[in-house]
Design a protein around this ligand. Structure first.
Ligand SMILES: O=C(O)c1ccc[n+]([C@@H]2O[C@H](COP(=O)([O-])O)[C@@H](O)[C@H]2O)c1
Ligand SMILES: Cc1cc2nc[nH]c2cc1C
Length: 345
């Protein structure tokens, strides 16, 4: 998937979004048919049955399989982080990239526990984008190129992709993107991120207000993304689009990854049908963002870590859902008695 040299980069991305396929209805039909024969009372696996159908719908595989799941962590730095909007300094970005490589982060342990792959993409982690309160984060060519770079995470036969990110200050950037796309007030979309105090929260509100004011009412999703977003959000938005085109189901993590999803949603309200929202982040604005898009998270563990941690937990659930659907015996195979006739309604 290369960007053509003649068209404007954003036009290429708009064309990709227009060509995104719908679900594979035949695969879903096959999954429902097989599910009805498995050795369990009908409906007894609840939402896990829906997850098996969702995997089939967006991969085209019936029975669905999850053999090469991957957590892609996009790490970058934000100029706005120097404006007192995070509880941590930007130096943590590089330090955490090293921690991921050494296997010492939370995400490493979840990926090991569930046998999920992990790749970290360094998006100029030592070169922050300009502060969104002062300047556009990216120009069009850079934003489109970063989106294209995000698409590369699917290389190598990945069959389930989990979004992850690392970027001090990015809950402020995510809030600005969502505020730019969905409107409302800055304070509707901010939260405590890594744990800012009340003063820090006020600085976040001011930063988001300034950034959104700079948009001057611009509503085009890609323009909002490049002006008040950041590299990880751009890369993840590109990845969501590429995954749909390449028939790879996507698991979204928390608030920051949801900001990338919101960009795609604003381009096409059906554009997130291949995405599962893993968990409800403790970041205050996540619930409101999901509600705005009509999405519901699978679980709420009070997590607010990022780095794809909630998405990786959900990948474990998705793997189990696929294994149950494909590996369980049917009533006929196992010689288990089916529901008695006199119980049928
Ligand atoms: O995505 C979330 O739900 C989330 C909520 C709170 C914090 N984070 C992570 O914490 C960092 C951003 O927090 P902050 O306070 O620096 O804006 C970044 O590295 C994210 O991965 C992520
Ligand atoms: C230590 C630390 C780990 C993280 N992982 C994702 N975001 C993070 C932010 C901090 C501060």
């Amino acid at each position: 998937m290369s960007l053509s040299e003649t068209a404007l980069p954003f036009d290429d991305i708009r064309n990709l979004v227009k060509s995104m396929p719908g679900p594979d209805d035949e695969a879903v039909r096959k999954v429902k048919e097989r599910d009805a024969q498995l050795t369990k009372p009908a409906g007894s696996l609840g939402q896990l049955e829906e997850i098996a159908e969702w995997l089939a719908a967006w991969s085209g595989n019936a029975p669905p399989k999850v053999t090469r799941p991957l957590v892609a962590i996009f790490a970058t730095a934000h100029g706005v982080a120097d404006e007192g909007v995070s509880a941590f300094p930007s130096a943590v970005n590089r330090q955490m990239v090293e921690n991921f490589a050494a296997g010492g982060a939370a995400i490493n342990q979840i990926c090991r526990a569930y046998d999920v792959g992990l790749k970290v993409f360094d998006l100029a982690v030592d070169m922050p984008t300009p502060s969104i309160t002062q300047e556009d984060a990216l120009d069009e060519a850079n934003c489109a190129a970063t989106m294209a770079y995000g698409m590369e995470a699917l290389a190598g036969g990945i069959d389930l992709i989990c979004l992850g990110e690392m970027g001090i200050g990015n809950t402020t950037v995510a809030a600005a993107v969502i505020n730019g796309l969905f409107g409302g007030k800055a304070e509707d979309w901010i939260g405590r991120g890594t744990g800012v105090d009340d003063e820090g929260l006020k600085r976040k509100r001011d930063a988001v207000e300034k950034a959104v004011a700079r948009l001057g009412g611009e509503k085009d999703p890609l323009e909002v993304l490049r002006k008040v977003g950041g590299r990880e959000i751009a890369a993840m938005a590109g990845l969501i689009i590429a995954a749909r085109l390449q028939r790879v189901p996507v698991i979204v993590d928390g608030f920051v990854t949801t900001a990338a999803a919101a960009v795609v949603y604003a381009m096409d309200p059906d554009g997130l049908d291949h995405c599962l929202f893993a968990h409800l982040s403790a970041e205050q604005a996540h619930a409101k963002t999901l509600e705005h898009m009509g999405k519901e998270a699978l679980f709420d563990f009070g997590m607010r870590l990022g780095e794809g941690s909630g998405a990786a937990l959900a990948a474990g659930i998705a793997k189990a859902a696929a294994e149950m659907h494909s590996g369980m015996a049917t009533f006929a195979d196992a010689g288990v008695s089916e529901k008695s006739d006199d119980e049928e309604s």
